[in-house]
Design a protein around this ligand. Structure first.
Ligand code: NDP
Length: 333
């Protein structure tokens, strides 16, 4: 059984990851919060035996095998470095960090410590995206030429905090959502992005020079172009993910979601078919792969290098929007 420590008494752990760890037979031993009172309440509410306020205490106090880091993004780096040094396997939230140099240091530290390092890009674990990936790999749409990602949503009121007013914490829609789009495109297409141009907007929620909406066009190594629309202020839009090829199209609807939902339609010369999907909890699938990787079986769903790619793309999108100039996407691998 894998024994876990939670670094961050967060909403995402509360809503998804605590249950996903337990569904995979993991035990959550301890939680770290900067606020002792909040941490104690969080631990009690979630049936976690210990709460601590110092990272050292979490890493050395109880015997744990792995940590889940879901603090705000500027804190991830030091927490990953300390966890790796203590020999703990690390599941870190996206974006890995607020700069590429920090993220590279995190990946290198985990490699040097020989611990598993994963980025929590949950959408790779969706039946919808895997079905699109498999259909493309099987040649069902010929050569992919273009993709369209619709990931503009309404940021729920309980999450309207640091994402909207803290650039230092990696707030804004790009590091929150565009990084997921990039990772999902890489996963579905089996291709890497090379450059991007983008425009951002402040459309009512974000402050402090942060964007709450962005549109961009990304070019991939194969020549494919992908358009993205991400937002925090789009109350009534649906989400979607489409890939259009020389011989067919894949149209995913309601697929950019934390929930195991959505449909995918394949359209080609043979007609229009709904792909068969075996929906499973995305976070549970991610934890299952992480546990397996710890046991020496395979890789996590998204590893540290995948996290470098999505962060490099997110930072390039932000820079492209700021300068109006196409930016290269290069994680330096
Ligand atoms: P939260 O704001 O819920 O948590 C981040 C930190 O804020 C916590 O570590 C906690 O600090 C503090 N905090 C949380 N709630 C309160 C509160 N009520 N009062 C005071 N402080 C509070 O963030 P999220 O859970 O939304 O995001 C955390 C990380 O997870 C980010 O990196 C984000 O990008 C990522 N994320 C990933 C998702 C995915 O599907 N992969 C989805 C959502 C988020 P402390 O620990 O010190 O108590």
């Amino acid at each position: 059984m894998i024994r876990w420590g939670l670094i961050g008494a967060s909403t995402i752990a509360h809503e998804w990851v605590i249950d996903a760890i337990r569904a995979n037979g993991g035990e959550i031993v301890s939680v770290m919060s900067a606020n002792a009172e909040r941490g104690a309440k969080y631990a009690a509410d979630h049936g976690i035996a210990h709460s601590v306020t110092a990272l050292d205490e979490l890493l050395s106090g109880q015997s744990i095998d792995a940590v889940y880091i879901s603090t705000t993004n500027e804190l991830h780096k030091d927490q990953v470095l300390a966890s790796a040094k203590a020999g703990k396997h690390v599941l870190c939230e996206k974006p890995l960090a607020t700069s590429l140099d920090d993220a590279k240091a995190m990946v290198a530290a985990c490699k040097a410590a020989n611990v598993v390092f994963a980025t929590n890009h949950h959408l790779r674990n969706a039946a919808t995206h895997t079905a699109m990936r498999d259909a493309i790999a099987a040649g069902k749409i010929g050569k992919p030429l273009a993709a369209r990602v619709f990931h503009a949503v309404y940021l729920p009121p309980h999450l309207q905090g640091w994402r909207l007013d803290r650039p230092d914490a990696g707030g804004g829609v790009i590091l929150d959502i565009t990084v997921h789009d990039t990772d999902t495109l890489r996963y579905v297409l089996g291709d890497d992005p090379v450059e991007v141009i983008a425009s951002t907007q402040q459309s009512g929620l974000a402050k402090a020079d942060l964007a709450d909406a962005v549109m961009g066009v990304m070019r991939f190594k194969s020549g494919l172009i992908a358009m993205l629309h991400d937002g925090f202020t789009t109350k009534y839009a649906d989400t979607g993910f489409e890939v259009h090829g020389t011989e067919g199209s894949l149209v995913g609807r309601n697929v950019m979601s934390q929930k195991p939902v959505g449909i995918v339609t394949l359209r080609n010369a043979d007609g229009e078919f709904e792909l068969k999907l075996d929906h499973q909890n995305l976070y549970e699938t991610g934890i299952a792969k992480f546990h397996a990787a710890i046991a020496g079986n395979g890789k996590p769903a998204a590893d540290g290098e995948d996290g470098l790619w999505s962060l490099a793309a997110g930072l390039a999108v932000a820079e492209a929007a700021k300068t109006g100039v196409t930016q290269p996407i290069d994680p330096g691998l």
